[in-house]
Design a protein around this ligand. Structure first.
Ligand code: MG
Length: 233
């Protein structure tokens, strides 16, 4: 792998703990709405997660829009579990507000950004809603590392679609082979960025698949990434 000139980071579950924040917000929803009280909270969270993944996939294909996704991740979950809740926009708002209250750094990610940003140009690419992801950038002062923030809703394509990576290349004005991408998702981040000729560091404890697309580097502790790209390992 040649030394990168530019390092793009994924946001959710790479530098910020999205999964835990979503989990906590679903616990809050379960506590707040009495119509959910006869349903096991774990069962509710599991069903929501599964429904949500399916809807995000359909959203990424352009089959459904954002309001449909925001409504149906609740109504489809209710329907599947036979929950007698009536849908209201209040639940969407409550969920998103509570989700924001639980955002936090992934351990070591901030320190890694501080160090790598002294030696490399940095940027961020994220699948998500524009104002939500912009709020994360504000709350965690991501603009102190970079003003390049690429959000799928603004671009009109979600990772792993090549167009979002190509858009990022133009914003960074760097050749693809001189970009390193750091992300946690094998499909969106590893496969997506390798397909457009970038290098990739996979933040994961999972085994690298025997066949198919291979990451250039794998780590599960941020200091390993920092050490490697500052030539300290
Ligand atoms: Mg991610």
């Amino acid at each position: 792998m040649t030394k990168p000139e530019f390092i793009f980071f994924d946001i959710d579950d790479t530098i910020l703990d999205h999964a835990n924040a979503q989990q906590q917000a679903l616990i809050s929803v379960h506590e707040k709405y009495p119509c959910l009280h006869n349903t096991n909270p774990d069962e509710f969270r599991k069903a929501f997660k599964k429904v949500n993944i399916g809807l995000w996939h359909r959203y990424s294909l352009g089959e459904i829009d954002r309001p449909y996704l925001e409504k149906h991740r609740f109504t489809d979950t209710f329907e599947q579990l036979g929950i007698p809740c009536k849908f209201s926009n209040g639940i969407v708002q409550f969920f998103m507000d509570d989700y924001r209250n639980h955002w936090q750094w992934i351990s070591g990610a901030r320190e890694c950004l501080v160090e790598l940003s002294q030696n490399y140009r940095i940027g961020f690419i994220t699948n998500g809603f524009s104002e939500v992801q912009k709020q994360k950038a504000i709350d965690f002062k991501l603009d102190s590392f970079s003003d390049v923030l690429i959000i799928s809703e603004d671009v009109g394509y979600l990772k792993p679609h090549p167009k979002i990576f190509e858009h990022a290349e133009l914003k960074a004005s760097v050749q693809p082979e001189k970009i390193l991408y750091v992300g946690d998702s094998y499909t969106s981040d590893v496969a997506g960025s390798k397909n457009v000729g970038w290098n990739v560091a996979w933040y994961s404890k999972e085994d690298i698949p025997n066949k198919g697309i291979q990451p250039d580097f794998q780590f599960n502790v941020f200091s390993d990434l920092t050490d490697f790209f500052l030539n300290r390992s």
